[in-house]
Design a protein around this ligand. Structure first.
Ligand code: ACO
Length: 406
């Protein structure tokens, strides 16, 4: 509504005028209290708290609570929330059998989205979008079960037996053990690795109306349940221009290495837009400055990579690419800076995750943000079913042509 008191949306629809904004570059789909981004200044805050402070002083479970419920928890609230999540980590034995049906070399993202979609069939007692208790139990079920689903997708891909969750462990510890434990008793949890993955999850936990979150809200606006909406968000995240970028960065670095490590000629290829090659992990729709998440990761990357024994040559290529790009007019004029995905792939790889699995880790981190947005959307009296308009450019009316005359 403008200063004149005129409802522009209503005016446009009643006058037959439609705005065209491909890619929603300048169209807000909702108002939200969850996450603030100033892309020019490189600022990111969850519920008002700067990402730098949350990264340094909080943990993923606490950040999840903050995003979903709007305030930092008291010690008792955090304990209760963590306990509830621990109690719901098991998958139904029938759901476990799903994993047998997928090809062993399947990409884990569609495995993840299928299993989450299937939660609607197993938990028919918590599907109502308007029953606060049902939404609450679905929230807990998702937060608890997604790490188990992700770990089983990994186990299936390497042909190892599934491990039951150990509910004496925290969320990240449990996930790492269920993923890499073989056998479970032989797996020593490394506190540095746990902390590093927890930090990466915090940095991915929300990013306002990105492609997957907007998808979750759009699907949910039809009053589809939380599981169905999150499953759609996982599929949106799968794409290489969104969550798939972290895998694409590593593939790019490996290709440059295999081609002899010639960073300059790769940068030239990108600038000349040869074969549509882009510098993956660079650029962002909203950040026209250094992505604050990338700045935090860059600070800790060296430390983590040293400890975990990363591929130094790949790290070196990444650093050379960044240096070359940050001093090149092509990237400067287009305000292309490293985004959150530029260094994460290297860290995930050093942790032992295969490249295909990186986007799953993004999904685990983004889950609380998706849930927070779905809940905000469903409780907002201003929410209407999402239904964009279009500008029709097809043929004008014409007569049907009989088959023999075509
Ligand atoms: N490498 C080279 N050139 C680029 C890149 C890049 N990574 N990103 C944008 N450009 C160029 C475009 O070619 C275009 O140039 P032009 O004006 O000469 O045609 C200009 O910069 C603007 O690019 P758009 O595509 O219009 O920017 P948009 O905001 O639509 O895209 C996106 C943002 C998708 C993130 C883009 O920068 C990109 O493809 N980056 C690589 C993929 C990636 O890292 N994605 C992760 C995003 S962050 C996340 O999901 C966590």
């Amino acid at each position: 509504e403008g200063a004149s008191g005129i409802d522009l949306g209503k005016l446009l629809s009643t006058t037959g005028l439609v705005t065209l904004d491909t890619g929603f570059v300048n169209t807000a789909s909702c108002s939200s209290e969850i996450t603030y981004i100033d892309g020019d200044a490189g600022i990111l805050r969850y519920r008002g708290y700067p990402i730098e402070q949350l990264a340094a002083r909080s943990n993923f479970i606490e950040v999840s609570y903050l995003l979903i419920y709007g305030e930092l928890p008291t010690a008792a609230q955090l304990e209760d929330f963590s306990q509830k999540i621990s109690r719901h980590t098991l998958l139904h034995e029938d759901l476990k059998r799903f994993f047998d049906g997928f090809p062993r070399d399947a990409h884990p993202m569609p495995v993840l989205s299928s299993a989450v979609s299937a939660l609607s069939t197993f938990y028919q007692d918590s599907l109502s979008p308007f029953d606060a208790n049902q939404v609450e139990i679905s929230t807990i079920r998702l937060l608890a079960k997604l790490p188990t689903i992700a770990a089983y997708a990994y186990k299936k891909s390497v042909g190892q037996p599934f491990l039951y969750p150990d509910n004496s462990l925290g969320l990240v510890e449990n996930f790492l053990r269920m993923t890499f434990g073989f056998p479970a008793e032989a797996y020593d949890l490394d506190p540095d690795l746990v902390r590093a993955l927890d930090l990466l999850f915090i940095l991915h936990a929300d990013h306002e109306q990105n492609c997957s979150t907007s998808t979750v809200r759009l699907v949910g606006s039809s009053e589809a349940n939380l599981f169905a909406s999150i499953s759609a968000g996982i599929n949106a995240l799968f794409g290489p221009l969104h969550g798939g970028a972290n895998s694409a960065v590593l593939e790019m670095l490996e290709k440059i290495k295999a081609d002899g490590g010639d960073v300059k000629s790769f940068v030239n290829k990108v600038k000349n837009k040869e074969d549509g090659v882009r510098l993956m992990g660079f650029g962002h729709r909203v950040y026209k400055n250094y992505d604050p998440r990338a700045a935090i990761i860059k600070k800790t990357a060296d430390e983590i990579l040293n400890k975990l024994g990363a591929d130094d040559q790949l790290l070196d290529i990444a650093k050379q690419l960044e240096e070359a790009a940050l001093s090149d007019e092509y990237f400067i004029s287009r305000k292309l800076y490293p985004n959150v995905d530029f260094y994460t792939g290297l860290i995930y790889r050093a942790m032992g995750f295969p490249t295909k699995f990186f986007t799953v880790l993004f999904a685990l981190g983004r889950l609380p943000g998706w849930i927070a947005h779905w809940r905000e959307m469903i409780n907002d009296p201003a929410t209407k079913i999402g239904r964009p308009r279009q500008i029709y450019t097809g043929p004008t009316e014409r007569d049907f042509i009989a088959m023999e005359n075509r």
